[in-house]
Design a protein around this ligand. Structure first.
Ligand SMILES: [Mn+2]
Length: 355
């Protein structure tokens, strides 16, 4: 164990919190772990770790429930290779559970599907704390952490629980993907967890997860995205129109924010009955999480951190003209937020032709 003061302070906090929480849990009944809609590696690994903690310390299994879908091929590979058992929330009778935990999301954020009237006992997250969360029984929200899975990793270390290969691989991949190998919004605890988990993770499984076969739709979406991308000074806006799974919106934002001379990307796509939106920025002046909430104001839900944020506009029928209107509205609001007043828009693939 390192003697570094911050790391040991964090571990003490994890120990104290998990001790009390486990004590409270003893003698209680069935436990449900709810992760956010369209699960990503962070919430999947966090759920696996919390379930493992309960099995080892309380001898009690827990059910992990999600809504939406796992769309991204890497995340499908993760769930499959690491044998993460998930149940759709809609298939469960919530009255059968006496303990409800929520990971990597908070009550009422709009990115989880737990009905608003349901009580949540345990919240563990790294997004900015919401008022509703403060009324939950066990709240551990650390928005200075890059990854929720890092908090869960600390619980396991603090409770002296052995971390097996699959769980280590899950936690490592969560930190790797959420922080892009510690380059984005990673903090000291994330770096410490990443380095300690690396030797424990199975590299062949990691390879399977990071290099899955991709459906042809993936390449079509990239093509459509590149074709539709418009540049307004340091902002790039991409409208993917109809998409086959929601997380491709964030994936395209990650991809396109790498374009030189572009600082911020707004990505959007129509899924089910709404528009999924995502912002990525490399600017340290702007806060993507705050900007996106103002962007969707009165029309949807959103949240996020400094460099990455996501949201949803509900009740938008699939109609190309309507989607165009949504794009124009969001673009105008974002240009205002970024104080870009006089940019002449151009298409990514025809950079001299105005639109
Ligand atoms: Mn997260």
């Amino acid at each position: 164990m390192t003697t570094d003061c911050c790391v040991s302070e964090n571990l003490q906090r994890s120990k104290a919190h998990s001790d009390l929480m486990l004590d409270w849990l003893r003698g209680r009944g069935r436990t449900l772990i709810i992760i956010h809609d369209n699960p990503d590696p962070d919430c999947l690994a966090s759920a696996m770790a919390l379930r493992h903690l309960f099995v080892m310390k309380l001898n009690r299994d827990a059910v992990i429930a999600f809504s939406g879908m796992i769309g991204r091929s890497e995340n499908i590979a993760m769930a499959k290779e690491l044998e993460i058992t998930l149940i759709p929330l809609a298939m469960l009778d919530l009255r059968e559970f006496s303990v409800v935990c929520m990971l990597d999301t908070q009550p009422g954020t709009g990115n989880n599907s737990l009905p608003a009237e349901c009580r949540v006992d345990i919240v563990i997250d790294h997004h900015p704390v919401r008022d509703i969360s403060k009324s939950c029984r066990w709240v551990d929200i650390r928005d200075e952490y890059g990854v929720t899975a890092t908090i869960l990793y600390e619980y396991l270390v603090a409770q002296h629980i052995t971390i097996g290969t699959k769980l280590a691989t899950a936690l490592f991949y969560a930190i790797k993907s959420e922080t892009q190998d510690l380059g984005r919004e990673a903090n000291r605890p994330d770096r410490d967890a990443y380095l300690r988990l690396f030797p424990l993770a199975n590299k062949r499984l990691l390879y399977e997860i990071t290099h899955p076969k991709l459906p042809v739709e993936h390449f079509r979406t990239i093509y459509r995205g590149l074709e539709n991308a418009k540049i307004y000074g340091m902002l790039l806006v991409v409208n993917l129109m109809a998409i086959s799974f929601p997380d491709v919106v964030a994936e395209m934002a990650d991809y396109l924010v790498r374009l030189e001379n572009v600082e911020t990307v707004l990505s959007m796509g129509h899924f089910n009955d709404g528009v999924i939106i995502s912002i990525r920025t490399t600017s340290h002046i702007h806060n993507a999480g705050e900007i996106i909430r103002r962007l969707v104001a009165e029309r949807g839900t959103a949240g996020g951190h400094g460099m990455m944020a996501g949201g949803k506009l509900g009740n938008v029928p699939f109609d190309p003209a309507t989607l165009k209107e949504v794009e124009v509205l969001l673009t105008q609001r974002l240009l205002h937020e970024l104080s870009i007043a006089d940019a002449i828009p151009s298409r990514l693939l025809e950079s001299r032709q105005h639109v």
